[in-house]
Write a protein that binds this ligand. Sequence first.
Ligand code: HEC
Ligand code: HEC
Ligand code: HEC
Ligand code: HEC
Length: 213
Amino acid sequence: MNQPTNRILNLLAAGFLCLALGFWFNLFGRPAVPAEVPLVDLAFIATNTARLSAADLIRTGGDTSGLECYACHDKKQPLKLKFDAESNIVLPKEHEDIVMGHGGHKRNNNCFNCHDETNLELLQARDGRQIKLVDSTQLCGSCHGPTYRDWEAGVHGRTSGYWKRELGPIDRKGCTSCHNPHAPAFPGRAPAPAPHALHPAIAQPEKESAHAH
Ligand code: HEC
Ligand code: HEC
Ligand code: HEC
Ligand code: HEC
């Protein structure tokens, strides 16, 4: 190698060494540590639905004892609904977890609008069709036609899984994964927080300097 090349390489090496020492001894100062961005409450990114339907409960191996009607009821004894003086349904303590409130003015509070009187473990649509508890979406659809059509089209409710059906199935959540059949009005929920700016100073430039020249 010739003389000038050597000299330049030595100079460069010395220069980088000085820089390294400068950084090592913190001669140029360090950028301020940005304030730690708090994590978003994990509840906002959870993918579970608002409630577990009977079908969800069975699939996930939950406690299904409440679905076995004939553990308590007698199949041979026809069941009579009990009403108070204001024609509210009176429920026994075995069913005190049920709060009926389907539609305004108690419009759809009668148990046998949905449950089959002749077989409690089945549902019954308005057209007389008997439907399994786990297929309750068909029952809801028999009264809520327009919403059911929206649901079928993927406009109402939630669809996940595969677009390309050859690769795998779609997963369309049933009505009772979100709505309680006995009191279906959807409770309000807290809005998710606004996004955090990664670089607050850059994200909000001062009006003056941004428009200079
Ligand atoms: C833990 C026991 C138990 C289970 C399980 C149970 N029931 Fe009942 N149910 C009762 C009792 C007790 C009554 C009140 C006595 C009666 O009328 O026979 C009652 C009453 C009812 C009534 C009448 C409501 C009224 O006006 O009093 C309906 C409808 C009913 N049950 C439906 C069901 C259905 C549908 C299932 C299954 C999905 C079920 N029950 C499961 C204990 C139970
Ligand atoms: C026998 C007919 C019938 C069936 C079956 C039925 N609904 Fe309803 N639903 C009604 C009526 C009637 C209303 C009240 C509409 C109104 O007041 O304008 C209502 C209202 C609602 C509302 C609005 C909230 C409210 O309480 O007013 C939701 C949500 C709902 N139903 C969901 C469901 C779901 C989910 C199912 C299936 C588990 C279902 N419905 C089954 C008749 C039915
Ligand atoms: C709008 C239709 C509808 C009406 C009205 C209705 N049910 Fe139900 N009920 C259902 C559906 C659908 C399920 C299945 C639940 C699921 O998928 O979560 C169910 C589940 C149940 C269960 C078992 C699970 C639980 O929530 O404990 C009982 C018990 C029950 N109903 C009793 C009653 C009684 C008693 C009445 C009258 C006071 C009544 N239901 C009125 C639709 C209805
Ligand atoms: C993934 C959750 C989810 C599923 C699944 C779902 N819904 Fe809803 N539904 C909602 C939410 C959220 C609202 C809006 C509540 C509000 O705006 O207050 C709603 C509103 C409604 C309403 C009343 C308001 C309206 O104008 O439409 C009805 C009726 C209803 N749903 C019926 C159904 C039926 C029937 C099914 C099944 C075929 C179903 N939903 C499935 C979440 C769901």
